[in-house]
Ligand binder design. Structure first.
Ligand SMILES: Cc1cc2nc3c(=O)[nH]c(=O)nc-3n(C[C@H](O)[C@H](O)[C@H](O)COP(=O)(O)OP(=O)(O)OC[C@H]3O[C@@H](n4cnc5c(N)ncnc54)[C@H](O)[C@@H]3O)c2cc1C
Length: 493
């Protein structure tokens, strides 16, 4: 078998993989990125980049490439829940006060090209099938490239290979130590945006009605993406009869998302999934790390995955770079990896809980929730800071905001007082559990206690079994890289 040597092998060449590779290659390290697909290639995602995510692309030196794709800039955020309509401006991060939304087929290849320009050796059609061990440490990978299996030895193996990570399976970290069952599914498609030229084409919107949350984001080419997130059970309807089920869902909110989509044409096929289990995996060990979705996934209802894949890909490179530089001892490398995992967990715990909370399949537009949202009307920039990850959710929707929303809900809907009080009381243990977890999280590593915001009764899918070079890959889809529950790939917009 052919054997190569490098400093770092990165498995997976999209967000987390490119961010790690760019940072380490810029630091002068030899980095090989192995991506089993040939980019440009699409993947399941509604691909909104909030300003802090856009700022990450700028730090990585990829923003100019992304802007060259001419995406509309969205300085505005909107949340609509029945008669409550909050319009805000994003808070700027590193001077960037707009969000972007670029189909992954175009976006990800630009990130990979940035990694290449930084000096990484980026290889497509290169599928990692195993991790190589030496003295109890990950010491490289076996990869199938050009139909031939070869070994690439490295001091550090980074699995940036998504939720169904081969590296996680091979290092024994497949089973999350903490996970929450999703309550919502996701279905999305592209269409023309009839609001080009108005502020709507510069606005990222969330719509809340019935038991569904929906999104509209402007994308390049005078188009937009619309994603609907009903309770997971309703995804079956969308599979059976996509067009009818889609129309039914949109028709449930005629003055909200229904109005936003009015006149939109050239609808692409609907892609959907009911598999969005949120989780934390042990993400560092002797000579290995799991970056991006491979190590931690949050419910897409909060649209934060890309931001964290980029940010903690970069942070991984920044933290381990100096140890690799100095040719430090193995224990120094492992300490740096553990420090990185700790930082990621502390930073992501709040949004993990927020995503789990928002993915409960309950009505997101109750009188109480609507009145809580209404308290932000006119308070520039506060609610958007939640989506933008500028401040933690429990600081934004704090006790004062909840009390105000509760009083207003009781005042406006006297006939529903019983239900409103019950809902408020039901939120108390959830709130307390999240705050306790945040406090403990500063002290404990890999805390696994399930809190009331989570649905811990998760049947996590089994790990993919090891594959040998002679076996077929199962095609170019995400067969080994994403949940099995994906339907009807969309033509690119
Ligand atoms: C329905 C849905 C909607 C979403 N919407 C948003 C949103 O609006 N905004 C947002 O920020 N996030 C969103 N997310 C989350 C976001 O898509 C992910 O967090 C992000 O893609 C993570 O990037 P990554 O680089 O870690 O992994 P991935 O994007 O999954 O990339 C992993 C790569 O690894 C490769 N790979 C896998 N196995 C191997 C192997 N053995 N060898 C070599 N290569 C391999 C794969 O081919 C793939 O290219 C959404 C997710 C879903 C499911």
């Amino acid at each position: 078998m052919r054997v190569e040597e490098t400093d770092v092998v990165v498995v997976g060449g999209r967000l987390a993989g490119s961010a790690t590779a760019i940072t380490l290659a810029r630091g002068g390290h030899r980095v090989v990125v192995l991506e089993k697909r040939r980019l440009p290639s699409d993947t399941l995602s509604s691909h909104a980049l909030v300003p802090s995510a856009v700022a990450e692309t700028a730090r990585l030196g990829a923003l100019d490439r992304l802007l060259a794709l001419r995406p509309p800039r969205s300085p505005w955020v909107h949340v609509g829940a029945g008669d409550v309509q909050v319009h805000e401006h994003w808070s700027a991060v590193d001077g960037i006060g707009y969000g972007l939304c670029i189909p992954r087929i175009d976006q990800d290849v630009e990130l990979a090209r940035t990694a290449e320009a930084a000096g990484a050796d980026v290889r497509m059609d290169a599928e990692v099938v195993d991790v190589v061990w030496r003295g109890g440490r990950a010491a490289g990978v076996r990869v199938v490239q050009d139909g031939e299996e070869r070994e690439i030895r490295a001091r550090l193996v980074v699995g940036a290979d998504g939720r169904r990570s081969t590296v996680a399976a091979r290092v024994g970290a497949w089973q999350p130590y903490r996970a929450s069952r999703n309550g919502r599914g996701a279905a999305y498609r592209y269409m023309t945006d009839p609001q080009v030229g108005t502020r709507w084409h510069e606005t990222m919107s969330q719509w809340r009605w019935g038991t569904t949350i929906g999104y509209t984001f402007p994308i390049p080419g005078e188009r937009m993406i619309c994603m609907l997130m009903p309770p997971a059970e309703r995804i079956a309807e969308l599979r059976r009869d996509p067009e009818a089920a889609w129309s039914r869902l949109v028709a449930e909110d005629p003055a909200g998302i229904g109005e936003r989509l009015r006149g939109a044409a050239e609808h692409t096929k609907i892609r959907s999934t009911a598999e969005t289990i949120s989780f934390f995996r042990a993400s560092s060990g002797p000579g290995w790390a799991l970056a991006g979705d491979a190590g931690h996934f949050k419910d897409p209802v909060i649209g934060s995955g890309q931001r964290d894949a980029l940010r903690f890909g970069r942070r991984l490179g920044e933290l381990v770079g100096p140890v690799l530089d100095a040719d430090g001892e193995d224990h120094e490398l492992d300490d740096a990896l553990r420090t990185w995992e700790r930082e990621r967990d502390r930073t992501c715990m709040a949004s993990y809980h927020w995503g789990s909370r928002e993915s409960r399949p309950i009505a997101p537009a109750t009188p109480l929730q609507r009145e809580i949202i209404r308290t932000f009307d006119g308070h520039r920039g506060q609610l958007a800071d939640n989506f933008g990850r500028v401040r933690d959710p429990e600081r934004i929707v704090g006790p004062r905001v909840v009390a105000l929303g509760l009083l207003n809900a009781l005042h406006r809907f006297p006939e529903q007082r019983g239900a409103i009080v019950r809902e408020a009381l039901g939120e108390l243990p959830i709130e307390a559990g999240i705050r306790l977890d945040r406090w403990l999280g500063r002290r404990l590593f890999r805390a696994s206690t399930t809190r009331p915001s989570e649905r811990g009764d998760v049947a996590f899918p089994p790990a993919p079994r090891p594959r040998r070079a002679a076996e077929p890959t199962g095609g170019s889809g995400e067969a080994a890289g994403a949940p099995a529950a994906e339907a009807s790939p969309a033509p690119a917009a």
